[in-house]
Structure formats: C-alpha cells, structure tokens
Design a protein around this ligand. Structure first.
Ligand SMILES: C[S@@+](CC[C@H](N)C(=O)[O-])C[C@H]1O[C@@H](n2cnc3c(N)ncnc32)[C@H](O)[C@@H]1O
Length: 404
C-alpha cells in the first residue's frame, strides 16, 4: 500500500520505555527529541558515537553495550531500529510487530511500522512534517514553517491569549535580521508598538494595518517629559487590554532606560517581559570587522557613555581610570564630545597614537567607518561630518584585521 498516508499522532513518551537499537549517527540525531520528550531510553549497541556516549554519561539514556537480542523490545512502547546489521534489523522488526511496538527503521522505511517526521519546535508549537519518501522536502517544509512562526510571517492565532502586557524588546543595532527570534515573534503579536529612533525600523513597515505604531522620538515634550510620556503611553495601552511592544535599539538595559520603564509598569501592576537585544556596543564594531577582544591584544572591553563631557560635574565616568586601561574602550553617544574625551584620555596616559574607529549607522544601509587616532579623532570626525548614531572604538583591536 505505497500511497497510504501515515496517521499522524503525538506520542507522550514521558517515563515510558523506548528502545533504540544501534548507537550510530541516526541514533545520535534522534535521541535529543526522545530525551526532550522525557522517554525512558535504553540504547542497545556494542559501540556508540561520542555524543551518544556523552548522553549515557550524563544519565540521559541507558546504554547497554551489546548486540540486539530477541526479547529486547518486549516491554517497549516505541522502538528505533538503526543498527548496521540488516539481518538484526529485520529480526527486531519482526519482534516489534509481534509485540505491537511501533518501530521506526533506519534502513527500510517500507518495512517500518512508524515514520519519523521532520520536526521542529518554536513558541510552544511542535511542527511535524511527513511527505512520504522525500525527507529533504519534509525538512525544507519544516524549516519554512518554523521560520515563519519565529519571524511572525506565519500567523499563530494564539495571539489573543496574550492581552494587556508589555514586552520591552531589544531590537539590535538596526539591521532587521539582528533582532532576536523571541523579539521578532513578540513584535508579530503586538497590538501597539512604541518604537525608538534606533533599532530595526524596517520591521515596522511589515506590521499589519491594525497595529498602532507610536514613534517615541516624536512624542512632543522635553527630554525628561518624553520618558514620562512614553511610560504613560505604555501604561494606558496595556490597561486597555492591548499587547504593547516597546521596541528599543540594541539592548534595553544598555543606556536604554529600560529599567525605568520596567519600574513604572511594575508599580502599575502591568506584566512586563524583557527580551534582551544585541547591543550596538559589541555588534557595530563586529559589523565593520573589529573584535572588541582579541587574544594577545585586549583582555577587557569597557563600554562608556560620552553624552556628558569629562569635566561635567554630572559625569559618572572615571575617565582617568579609563585612560590607564590598555584594552578596548567602546564609547556610545560620544560624537559630540569626542574632542574633550580624547584629550582627557591622552592627558591621563593613553598614547596619542592609539587607534580609533568611528562607526556611524552600523549594520544599516548608510553604515560607514572612519579611522583615526586619539590625537586626530576630533578633527577627523569634524572633517568627515560624522553624525550620531555612532559607536567609537578605542584601542589596539581597531588595527586587528581578518588578514591577521
Ligand atoms: C541611547 S544609546 C542606546 C544604546 C542601545 N541600547 C544599545 O544597546 O545599542 C544610543 C547610542 O547607541 C549607539 N548606537 C546604537 N545603534 C547604533 C548603530 N546602528 N550604529 C552606531 N551606533 C549606534 C550610538 O552611540 C547611539 O548614540
């Protein structure tokens, strides 16, 4: 009956005996899902791959180092028959049939009583695809479905189960692909998105028309008031039962005022989830080929804000101490004050010829990098017309290139 479709079913294997014959790569590939399902797994095989062996050592499976014997499948709920001995596989299949144990066979799908679908899991959904005899197509379909669920392009109707909360989502440095999978998924579930100027703004164009997008940069108040107005907007929408995504550039807690928003929401009794993001402080240097650490070159990196000048009484940064460090200094919000910052670093001991890279609009279409030294950076920034947002990297890592 070659065209009879398989009957799909989800086996609940937790605590139930599963016997796996063979310890090779097929077994290795199948075991993680069986372990994740909580099955009581016995692998029977004289030898095993290092990964299978490691799972036995970790106590995730029991490994009996021997060949298959008649009777091994008697108490099993489910079996995977994957030895390299065809005759043994055939005997084991016959035993599984006799005991009515559903069995998958790696060497002969037609002789098996069960088939393993291509599976994937995301956001509480298990996707299982069976195409009969085309495992590549099954895998490709599985990937397409899982990717679609992850990036929100495939709608998952559980969105209505989520109401009235706020997710603070770190959107990464700007490139639409550099948001996390979780961030992308929550964005796809939003009723309201409050977005900053930085971050993956391209993604906003793709939101369905019913989603209200509030541009936080356009909230008309002074600086301090703007934050209060944003907090108030988050509270008001969440109170009205909407699911609000507060989309921020980079990571919400790296100079992102994320905790202020969390505190206010918590005070108001509104559930809030924080999704970390890829901070520009490490990703923007990486995007232009600068590693913030490199063996033998830099054993530390420090991230500092340069939004207030070093001699400003409001500055919380110990610039003298930073000048004594030999590793990498990453400066955010420092374009305007870079002259005073560079001069302070040099005055307190950092070499004037220390390499500096200024990266404007990293990971975005307009990305550009200009190179200088501590002695020249102020002039170069001025002459090149560098504008925020920019990340400034100071230290010998700036000169470490891919060519080594
Ligand atoms: C208010 S801070 C927010 C940082 C953000 N939370 C993060 O983790 O990247 C804004 C500063 O981050 C830096 N920045 C953020 N995205 C950037 C990008 N794509 N290219 C260059 N600098 C960026 C700039 O220094 C900018 O002035």
């Amino acid at each position: 009956m070659p065209d009879t479709p398989a009957y799909p079913v989800g086996l609940r294997l937790a605590g139930r005996r599963v016997v796996v014959l063979g310890g090779g790569t097929v077994t290795q590939r199948r075991l993680p899902a069986l372990v994740a399902a909580g099955a009581d797994i016995t692998v029977i095989s004289p030898s095993a791959t290092p990964s299978v062996e490691a799972m036995a050592e970790a106590g995730e499976i029991t490994w009996e180092r021997r060949r298959y014997r008649e009777g091994d499948l008697a108490d099993a709920w489910y079996a995977l028959i994957a030895t390299d001995d065809d005759a043994a596989n055939t005997r084991a299949s016959a035993e599984a049939e006799a005991h009515r144990v559903w069995a998958v066979r790696s060497d002969d799908a037609e002789a098996a009583t069960a088939w393993t679908p291509a599976t994937g899991r995301t956001s509480g959904v298990t996707v299982a695809v069976l195409t009969g005899r085309d495992p590549r197509r099954s895998a490709a379909l599985r990937d397409a479905i899982v990717d679609g669920l992850r990036d929100g392009s495939l709608g998952a109707p559980h969105r209505r189960a989520r109401s009235g909360g706020v997710a603070l989502v770190g959107g990464g440095p700007g490139d639409r692909d550099l948001i996390t999978v979780r961030g992308r998924r929550l964005l796809a579930e939003a009723d309201v998105v409050v977005a900053d100027r930085l971050g993956p703004r391209d993604l906003l164009d793709e939101l369905p028309p019913h989603v209200e997008v509030i541009d936080a940069a356009k909230i008309p108040y002074g600086r301090a008031m703007a934050q209060q107005a944003i907090n108030d907007a988050l509270v008001a929408h969440a109170r009205a039962g909407r699911f609000v995504v507060r989309l921020k550039g980079g990571d919400p807690y790296v100079f992102g005022r994320g905790m202020e928003e969390v505190q206010q929401l918590t005070r108001e009794g509104i559930p809030v989830t924080v999704v970390p993001g890829i901070s520009s402080s490490v990703s923007v240097p990486a995007a232009v080929g600068i590693p913030v650490t490199h063996r033998g070159v830099a054993h530390e990196f420090t991230v500092a804000s340069g939004h207030v000048a070093p001699d400003d009484p409001q500055s919380l940064v110990d610039w003298e101490a930073l000048a004594r460090l030999r590793g990498t200094l990453v400066l955010l919000m420092a374009v305007e004050k870079i002259g005073a910052i560079a001069a302070t670093l040099v005055r307190h001991g950092r070499a004037p010829d220390t390499p500096v890279a200024v990266v404007q609009e990293g990971t975005m279409a307009a990305e550009r990098r200009v190179d200088a030294t501590l002695a020249t950076v102020a002039g170069v920034v001025e002459a090149e017309g560098v504008r925020p947002p920019a990340v400034i990297v100071v230290g010998p890592v700036v000169g470490v290139g891919a060519e080594g």
